[in-house]
Design a protein. Structure first.
Length: 170
C-alpha cells in the first residue's frame, strides 16, 4: 500500500484529489441533474429536472473535481422552521467509497444549521450509510406532510449540539 492510500480523513483525501466541496451554482445544474438521474434510473432517488434544480440551486451542495464535474451532491429542503429534509444525496459511481457522500451530507447539514434548523431527516434506501454518519432511525409517522415511497426508511440527526461548528463550516 502506498502512503497516499493511507489518507483516510475524507477532507484530506478530497484536498489531495483536488476536489472542492461547496454550495452549488447555476453552472452545476446539468451535472446535478445527470448525477441524480443516474440513480433515479435505478429507483434509488427521485429524478429532478433542470428547471427544478435551477429553482432550488441555493439548496444544493456539491463536490466537484478540478474540471468542474459534479461528483457528488446533496440538498436541503425546509420541512418546518426547525427541521430540514435531506434530498438528492448522490455520489457518482466512479467516486464511491472516497468519503464524498459524507462530505456533501456534512455540507448540507452545515447549510441547514446556518438556516436555523435544529435537525435533519431523510427517507432513504441506504440507512447504513446514514448510520455511519451518526443518523438514527426515526418514525416516518413523525413527518406526516412528507409523501415518501413506502419502502424507504426514515433517518434523523440532531444538529443542535454542533450547530456552531457546522455553521462555521458552511
Ligand atoms: C449512499 C452513497 C451516497 C454513499 O456515498 P459514498 O461517497 O460512497 O459514501 P462515503 O464514502 O462518504 O461513506 C461514508 C460512510 O458510509 C459508509 N457507507 C457508504 N455507503 C454505504 C452502504 N451502502 N452501506 C453501508 N455503509 C455505507 C462507508 O463505509 C463510510 O463509513 P466509514 O466512514 O465509517 O468508513 C452512494 O453510494 C450513492 O450515491 N448511492 C446511490 C444514491 C443513494 O442511494 N443515495 C442515498 C439515498 S438518500
Amino acid at each position: 500500500m502506498t502512503p497516499v492510500e493511507l489518507v483516510r480523513d475524507p477532507h484530506q483525501r478530497a484536498a489531495r484529489d483536488q476536489i472542492a466541496v461547496r454550495r452549488a451554482r447555476l453552472a452545476d445544474v446539468g451535472g446535478i441533474v445527470a448525477l441524480v438521474g443516474e440513480w433515479a434510473a435505478e429507483s434509488l432517488l427521485l429524478p429532478r429536472t433542470a428547471a427544478q434544480v435551477a429553482r432550488a440551486v441555493d439548496d444544493y451542495c456539491v463536490a466537484v473535481d478540478v474540471r468542474g464535474r459534479v461528483l457528488a451532491c446533496a440538498a436541503v429542503r425546509e420541512y418546518s422552521p426547525s427541521l430540514a429534509e435531506l434530498v438528492s444525496v448522490a455520489v457518482s459511481r466512479a467516486a464511491h467509497g472516497r468519503g464524498l457522500g459524507r462530505l456533501v451530507v456534512h455540507a448540507a447539514e452545515s447549510l441547514a444549521a446556518v438556516r436555523g434548523h435544529a435537525a435533519v431527516f431523510a427517507h432513504t434506501l441506504q440507512p447504513e450509510f446514514f448510520a455511519a454518519l451518526g443518523y438514527e432511525r426515526a418514525d416516518r409517522a413523525a413527518y406526516p406532510e412528507k409523501r415518501a415511497r413506502p419502502h424507504t426508511l426514515c433517518v434523523r440527526r440532531a444538529l443542535a449540539a454542533d450547530a456552531s461548528e457546522l455553521a462555521a463550516a458552511a
